[in-house]
Design a protein around this ligand. Structure first.
Ligand code: AHG
Ligand code: MN
Ligand code: MN
Length: 313
């Protein structure tokens, strides 16, 4: 194999984690999740697109793919030996894992975010939030690591353990190799990704979005949090919002599985994340299925959104 195709020239995920002195148990956990994602990619590419015939705790019909991805990830986490508590967007209970005291981590995850986009062949992702200890109901600022895997034309993995954000590409051998340390976001940006129905926006949010449009921001919204967020992170500018809506005062996206991990990654990349009133990572969760409005991206826009919401709602 010539140098260009020699994967040994690229730092793989495990080696990167070792070089960064990430402790063995956390390295193990992140690598187990990375391994699980290889099976999830296969399921997405070739699996059954039908319904599972069940619904999750939000009353949403589960696709066979949601259920399968959840099982793949749960099995890896359960057998990793380092996880004591698991909670998934697709199951209603907190699962305790018996590890004879070895399990150090509590993990919350969304196995397949945006699964309703698979049948139209748009990008989807897996999102994971990691805490040390047994408590899953902590503010997101206590996370020790967070990551997502984006299944698009390529499969990429983005993680933080509190020391910057790193992006990996899945190569032809299905190994993750380091692509880059993600640069810090610009203080303000020109991409916006607005979720939820516009006619249900509050006055403050409507004014905020109109303002972005008047400033010439480009609309970039696919309906998948992971690709929409990833675009902002990797381009280094912009903002994603899924605000409070008329009839849905706490928006749609889930604090434990979607917002906390994304907020941790965004802050580590120099951006901000707010529910419109306070920092997402400071919200004390009260229920595992809690949702919050989200404004996430460049610091200046997040502050502007907060100001307009304080003034106009
Ligand atoms: P999930 O597929 O895990 O239920 O979540 C999908 C999320 C997220 O990816 C996206 O930002 C949002 O739902 C889109 O919601 P709308 O259907 O309201 O556009
Ligand atoms: Mn989701
Ligand atoms: Mn999901």
């Amino acid at each position: 194999m010539g140098p260009a195709g020699d994967t040994r020239l690229h730092t793989d995920l495990r080696r990167h984690l070792r070089e960064k002195d990430i402790d063995r148990d956390l390295t193990r956990l992140i690598c187990e999740i990375a391994d699980a994602s290889k099976y999830i990619v296969n399921a997405i590419r070739t699996g059954d697109l039908g319904m599972a015939g069940t619904s999750n705790l939000y009353g949403e019909q589960q696709l066979a793919l949601d259920v399968l991805s959840d099982r793949i990830l749960r099995k890896r986490l359960t057998h990793s030996g380092v996880v004591n508590t698991i909670v998934s967007e697709e199951t209603s209970e907190v699962i305790k894992v018996e590890t004879n005291g070895r399990g150090r981590f509590a993990v919350a995850y969304d196995p397949l975010d945006g699964s309703s986009l698979v049948d139209v062949n748009l990008a989807v992702g897996t999102i994971v939030s990691i805490y040390e200890g047994h408590d899953i109901m902590q503010p997101g600022r206590n996370q020790i690591a967070a990551l997502y895997v984006l299944y698009g034309p390529r499969t990429t993995l983005v993680y933080t353990s509190g020391d910057g954000v790193y992006e990996f590409n899945m190569n032809h051998l299905m190994e993750y190799t380091l692509a880059q340390k993600v640069s810090r976001l610009a203080p303000s940006g020109s991409i916006y990704s607005p979720g939820g129905q516009r006619n249900l926006y509050s006055k403050g949010v409507e004014k905020f979005v109109s303002q972005l449009e008047e400033e010439g921001a480009k609309l970039r919204y696919s309906g998948g949090l992971v690709p929409d967020f990833n675009q902002i992170l990797i381009k280094g500018k912009g903002m994603f919002l899924y605000p409070h809506l008329e009839g849905k005062p706490s928006g749609k996206l889930r604090l434990l599985y979607e917002l906390n991990p994304m907020a941790f990654i965004m802050e580590q990349a120099g951006g901000a994340a707010s529910n419109g009133k306070m920092r997402i990572l400071d919200v004390q969760p009260e229920a595992i299925d809690q949702t919050e409005p989200i404004f996430i991206g460049c610091r200046k826009e997040v502050e502007e959104a907060e100001q307009l919401i304080a003034e106009l709602g």
